[in-house]
Design a protein around this ligand. Structure first.
Ligand code: ATP
Length: 379
């Protein structure tokens, strides 16, 4: 178990800056998930921590000891990749023990007992004499995890370890990995592009874009209090709705569609002097009504109704806009909505986000009833 520090870490490949001045303090035993779009620098960050890639600038420390120049095998780190890379000619037992033989000088009996303990934890103790070809994908992934666990490392690094599994198995393994990590208490950095994995497994999420760290916070904080438009759009499925608006006389205005949204003094104060803005609202925060009642209610046309069971996902648009301008609204599954009809939506001011259109910075985030909830990890 260990604390892991990334201090102003930068990686340049010739003229490509793959990781740009990233600083993160990862607590002892923490489960940190690294997310971001393809090419944002996730794998490069992980490979630098592992010692598989050199660092151009900055420092990486494990429990305060700078390991920039330490070779991979001296870093007390175990890595699990998306390809299991098991040796096909070895049994499960031999595959798991091989990891130990490579990295430690333990007595044979100690190695055997570690392999058996790990196999029990992973519930693969009845498969120890099988070869990888005789295992399912999920079982192979467990063996790959077992190979990392037997080493009892200070840090686990995982690069999309579940991405080769089908959806059902992935969901089961997600829960299992989480339980395992909690039980072992090993500091873990986990790379994924899967939002659900990020939201459900992590203590904190670190979001990268273009090599730059955008936010490190609990899943709920990233969701409700994004630092910028990128994070707001990246976390959440379907994504937050965004509308380009201008600030005029204390109202958010889109003159093309006669959209006028009066702001209370609280929101006006947090928006300040910036006039070119983006209004953000999550699909589940929009309300559907039959008639206008307040200045935050607007007529819309419902184009598409997608029944999802417990909820309906609607694609709606303001009248006189084209079908490319639809946005998402989620309503209760029992709520009867007809495509093609006109309705009214309410955009409650308590749930709006406002971003600076030029920089993307969040100027105002939604109200939160219970602040302590935002700090809760592993929702
Ligand atoms: N060895 C290399 N030489 C040159 N450029 C590289 C090298 N490795 C990565 N890059 C570049 O660095 C950037 C970050 O790559 P990285 O693999 O870390 O992204 P990623 O977030 O893991 O992407 P993905 O989700 O697609 O795996 C990309 O622009 C990539 O093309």
């Amino acid at each position: 178990m260990a604390e892991l520090t990334l201090g102003n870490v930068t990686k340049r490949f010739d003229d490509v800056v793959a990781v740009d001045d990233v600083s993160i303090e990862i607590d002892d035993g923490e489960f940190l998930v690294l997310v971001g779009p393809s090419g944002c620098g996730k794998s490069t960050t992980l490979r630098m921590i592992a010692g598989l890639e050199t660092i151009s600038d900055g420092r990486i420390a494990i429990d305060g000891d700078v390991v920039n120049d330490a070779p991979a095998q001296q870093r007390d780190i175990a890595m699990v990749f998306q390809s299991y890379a098991l040796y096909p000619h070895m049994t499960v037992r031999e595959n798991m023990r091989f990891g130990l033989e490579e990295s430690t000088t333990l007595e044979k009996a100690e190695m055997d007992s570690r392999v058996e303990d790990a196999a029990e934890t992973l519930e693969i103790d009845d498969l120890l004499e099988r070869k990888p070809g005789e295992l399912s994908g999920g079982q192979q992934q467990r063996v790959a995890l077992g190979r990392a666990i037997v080493r009892d490392p200070a840090v686990f690094l995982m690069d999309e370890p579940l991405s080769n599994l089908d959806a059902k198995l992935r969901s089961g393994m997600r829960t299992e990995l989480q339980r395992l990590q909690e039980e072992l208490g090993v500091t873990t950095v986990y790379v994924t592009h899967d939002q659900t994995e990020a939201m459900t497994m992590s203590d904190r999420i670190a979001i990268l874009d273009g090599g730059e760290l955008q936010q490190v916070a609990t899943p709920l904080e990233c969701y409700h209090r994004p630092t910028n438009r990128f994070v707001a759009g990246f976390i959440g499925e379907p994504s937050m709705n965004f509308f380009d608006v201008s600030l005029e006389d204390g109202r958010l205005v889109d003159s093309d569609i006669e959209f006028e949204y009066p702001l209370s003094s609280v929101v006006r104060d947090s928006v300040g002097e910036t006039t070119e803005l983006v209004l953000g609202i999550r699909p589940e925060d929009v309300e559907l009504l039959d008639a206008r009642e307040t200045a935050h209610d607007f007529p819309v046309v419902v184009d598409v109704v997608e029944p999802m069971g417990n909820e309906n996902n609607l694609l709606v648009r303001f009248p006189d806009t084209d079908t490319e301008s639809t946005f998402n609204v989620i309503v209760d599954g029992m709520c009867h909505v007809e495509a093609g009809k006109r309705y009214v939506i309410r955009i409650p001011e308590s749930a709006i986000h406002v971003f600076d259109r030029e920089t993307g910075a969040a100027l105002h985030n939604r109200e939160i009833e219970d602040e302590t909830e935002l700090l809760a990890s592993r929702v």
